[in-house]
Every structure is written in structure tokens, then in C-alpha cells.
Write a protein that binds this ligand. Structure first.
Ligand SMILES: [Fe+2]
Ligand SMILES: [Fe+2]
Length: 169
């Protein structure tokens, strides 16, 4: 069997959780960008993009909490930051909850989206700059790969069947 030399962090088959989280963060940023560039009159498309954004954020936060933060919080040196992240997640979830029943053409909708974008971006930056650094020190490489597998599965299972693969029939 040929020996596969590991040259760095970027193994192609074994993706660690930090790569996946970063990828999700970029998708979230992309969706905010698309929503903000859509005309306010494009209500159908706004509705669709926002639904996708909401699902993406919700599944991301849930998977992070269930697998990433529960592993990280066992490390004393990361605990304070983890608790902070949980609180930020709560703020994001609460903000998302206020969109319920509000039409995209309601004048408050744009204001809400702006605030949601601000708090989400603040949180993503904090994770990428501080939490990821702590995770790289605290978690073993194989642990990060295992968390990635669980995270991916949880997102896949949580996704509404109406998206992803188109439903036939
Ligand atoms: Fe995140
Ligand atoms: Fe997060």
C-alpha cells in the first residue's frame, strides 16, 4: 500500500470541522450579499433566499452546538469563549424568531435583516479569529475530523426535504 504523505492541514479526504464551519460562514455571507443586492420588489426571490439563509444559519448553529462546542467546552482554556458563543447564538436565534409572520415587503423587514446581518457577522468573525484558534490548540486532529462527520450528518438530516435534491413527481 503506498504511503500517503501528510503534508499539512489540508488533507483532501479528511476535512476537519474548522474547514466546514468556515465554508458555512462563507455561504451565509454569500446569502446575505445576494439578499441585499436583490431589489426590495423582488419579493418572491427575497422570500426564497431568506428561507434558505434562515435554514442555513439554524442548522449551522445547531450542529455547532451539538458537536463542536460540546467538545470544545470540555477544555478549561476555551470555556469562557464557548459560553460567549452560546449567548451569541441565542441572540441570533431570537432575532431570527422576530421574522416570523413578517412579510418581506414590510418596511421593518429590511431593518431586521440589517441587524441580523450585523450580529451574525460579528459572531462569525469572533469564531474565525478567536474560537478557531482555541480549537486548533485544544482538539486533536482526528477529533476535529470526527466532529466534522457528525456535523455534516446533522446538517443533512436537519435539512428540509424540499431543498437539496429536487423532489420529483
Ligand atoms: Fe459558526
Ligand atoms: Fe456559531
Amino acid at each position: 500500500m503506498p504511503t500517503h504523505e501528510k503534508t499539512g492541514e489540508k488533507g483532501s479526504s479528511e476535512r476537519n470541522i474548522l474547514d466546514l464551519l468556515k465554508q458555512d460562514h462563507e455561504k451565509t455571507r454569500y446569502l446575505f450579499d445576494r439578499i441585499e443586492k436583490s431589489g426590495r420588489n423582488a419579493t418572491a426571490s427575497l422570500q426564497k433566499l431568506y428561507a434558505e439563509l434562515e435554514e442555513e444559519i439554524s442548522l449551522h448553529l445547531e450542529g455547532e452546538e451539538r458537536f463542536f462546542y460540546t467538545a470544545l467546552e470540555k477544555h478549561e482554556e476555551a470555556r469562557e469563549k464557548v459560553l460567549e458563543s452560546y449567548e451569541e447564538h441565542e441572540v441570533v436565534k431570537t432575532m431570527i424568531g422576530t421574522f416570523k409572520g413578517l412579510a418581506v415587503d414590510d418596511e421593518r423587514w429590511g431593518a431586521k435583516l440589517k441587524v441580523l446581518h450585523e450580529i451574525v457577522e460579528h459572531h462569525l468573525k469572533e469564531e474565525e479569529s478567536e474560537v478557531f484558534k482555541l480549537a486548533r490548540k485544544a482538539l486533536e486532529k482526528n477529533e476535529m475530523v470526527e466532529i466534522a462527520v457528525n456535523f455534516m450528518r446533522s446538517k443533512r438530516e436537519g435539512r428540509k426535504p424540499s431543498r437539496g435534491a429536487p423532489v420529483e413527481g
